[in-house]
Design a protein around this ligand. Structure first.
Ligand code: NAG
Ligand code: NAG
Ligand code: NAG
Ligand code: NAG
Ligand code: NAG
Ligand code: NAG
Length: 376
């Protein structure tokens, strides 16, 4: 073998190693995420994990007496097997154990009382790390909805700082890769004027999941009387709450864009129109047209549209889809809205996007596929 050939071979080997390296590190520079919820009726084994880099297993509970993180016995098999299950279709997908959730105020009260005392925080932190490790998760996601006083926000910051120190210590002691730490937060950097602890968030979390949805809902007193874009990206009047204003507030508060992950709803809200002929945004309405809270999964919206010959509209100015048939009006995100939002996230230099929740997508993974392809 000539020395020239050998040099070429070595060159090719190093090029290959470089490309492998590049591929590994780029796998960690984006979050293409989705939540899976134990009570959705959708088995984790049905998730097409190839469309995601990170999956959140929701939710573990917070014991109001011991402040330890627990999983109910009926959920323990699903939760402990989650990582192995979803890695069958994508061995490199990362999983996070989500703790808390927005379902009820009791959970928020328990979070507040846990975060208020050092011994309670330690109990919470140690048990969450133990549980995450014993179930083979790659990280922990805190879902406190919401810290709503300045004291709660300060305590939340302390909790995050202590939690980062604890996962770093655990990693050094065990020799395992450090657990990822994330948190699901309000769409804005302040919760109705109460500011989030930006410095602790910035120093302690790998990223935040910004819940940029639930701006308008048909069952809420504030918005039941008019249709509305449930998760608009932009506003046309100053009073119109929107995702861009929320993301901008996080960046202006001092958080790096590369720590922000944009939330996408895989559901919408159905209003009952007062007049079938007035069917635009902010048309007169009278509460939910479906169920008690008006919410409806994307996959059920698609069925509603195809079975009822429903009119569909995409409003690119505010970035929302809506559809109407008779006096039923549904605001939601279809592929156009998802694509526009993911382009926005990328263009703003955000870390990625996540959806709530994976079971809402249609049988062809239309929304998850659109999001993944749009990001590239
Ligand atoms: C709220 O959450 C707590 C703690 O997980 C639970 O014990 C309680 O049953 C829940 N209440 C409702 C109304 O769901
Ligand atoms: C660090 O980890 C060790 C071993 O898990 C544990 O005993 C110790 O309490 C931890 N220290 C802190 C400050 O968390
Ligand atoms: C919503 O409005 C009804 C009727 O005015 C009132 O009874 C109820 O307390 C309100 N609910 C909230 C959460 O404000
Ligand atoms: C949209 O809202 C922002 C604040 O969130 C405000 O500064 C801006 O003026 C609003 N745009 C319009 C067209 O009202
Ligand atoms: C079609 O509309 C009717 C009347 O609103 C509703 O009862 C039915 O559930 C809709 N079909 C689907 C598939 O949602
Ligand atoms: C989009 O919605 C806004 C109301 O929020 C309206 O002013 C605008 O005309 C709509 N655009 C289109 C193309 O329908």
């Amino acid at each position: 073998m000539s020395s020239k050939t050998k040099t070429l071979q070595i060159f090719l080997l190093y090029t290959l190693l470089f490309l492998i390296q590049l591929n590994v590190s780029s796998g960690q520079t984006v979050v293409k995420g989705a939540y899976w919820y134990w009570d959705s009726g959708f088995p984790a084994s049905s998730i097409d994990s190839s469309l995601f880099t990170h999956l959140f297993c929701a939710f573990a509970n917070l014991d109001p007496n011991t402040y330890q993180v627990t999983v109910t016995s009926s959920n323990s098999a699903q939760f402990s097997g989650f990582t192995q299950t979803v890695q069958q279709k994508n061995p490199s997908v990362k999983t996070l154990l989500s703790i808390g959730g927005g379902g009820n105020d009791t959970i928020a009260d328990t979070f507040a009382s846990m975060a208020s005392q050092p011994s309670r925080r330690k109990s919470f932190i140690d048990s969450s790390i133990n549980l995450a490790r014993s179930y083979n998760f790659h990280g922990i996601d805190l879902d406190w909805e919401y810290p709503d006083t300045t004291t709660h926000m300060t305590n939340f910051g302390t909790l995050l700082t202590e939690m980062r120190a604890a996962v770093a210590n655990e990693s050094q002691t065990s020799g395992n890769t450090e657990l990822l730490l994330a948190a699901a937060v309000f769409h804005s950097a302040d919760y109705y004027t109460i500011n989030y602890p930006i410095e602790s968030i910035s120093n302690s979390l790998d990223w935040i999941n910004v819940m940029a949805y639930d701006f308008y809902g048909s069952a809420w007193n504030s918005s039941r009387a008019r249709t509305g874009p449930p998760a608009a990206l932009y506003n046309v009047t100053a009073s119109q709450v929107n995702g861009d204003a929320g993301i901008t507030s996080w960046i202006e508060a001092g958080l790096g864009a590369d720590k922000i992950v944009l939330g996408l709803p895989f559901y919408g809200y159905a209003w009952r129109l007062l007049n079938a002929d007035e069917h635009g945004l902010f048309a007169p309405a009278d509460g939910p047209a479906i169920g008690t809270d008006g919410s409806i999964n994307y996959k059920d919206i698609r069925d509603f549209i195809s079975q009822n010959g429903t009119q569909t509209v995409y409003n690119a100015t505010v970035v929302t889809n809506y559809c109407y048939s008779g006096t039923t009006w549904i605001g939601y995100d279809d592929t156009e809205s998802i694509s526009a939002k993911v382009s926005y996230a990328k263009q703003k230099g955000l870390l990625g996007y996540f959806s709530w929740q994976v079971s809402g997508d249609d049988n062809n993974w239309a929304l998850s596929q659109t999001a993944s392809t749009t990001w590239g």
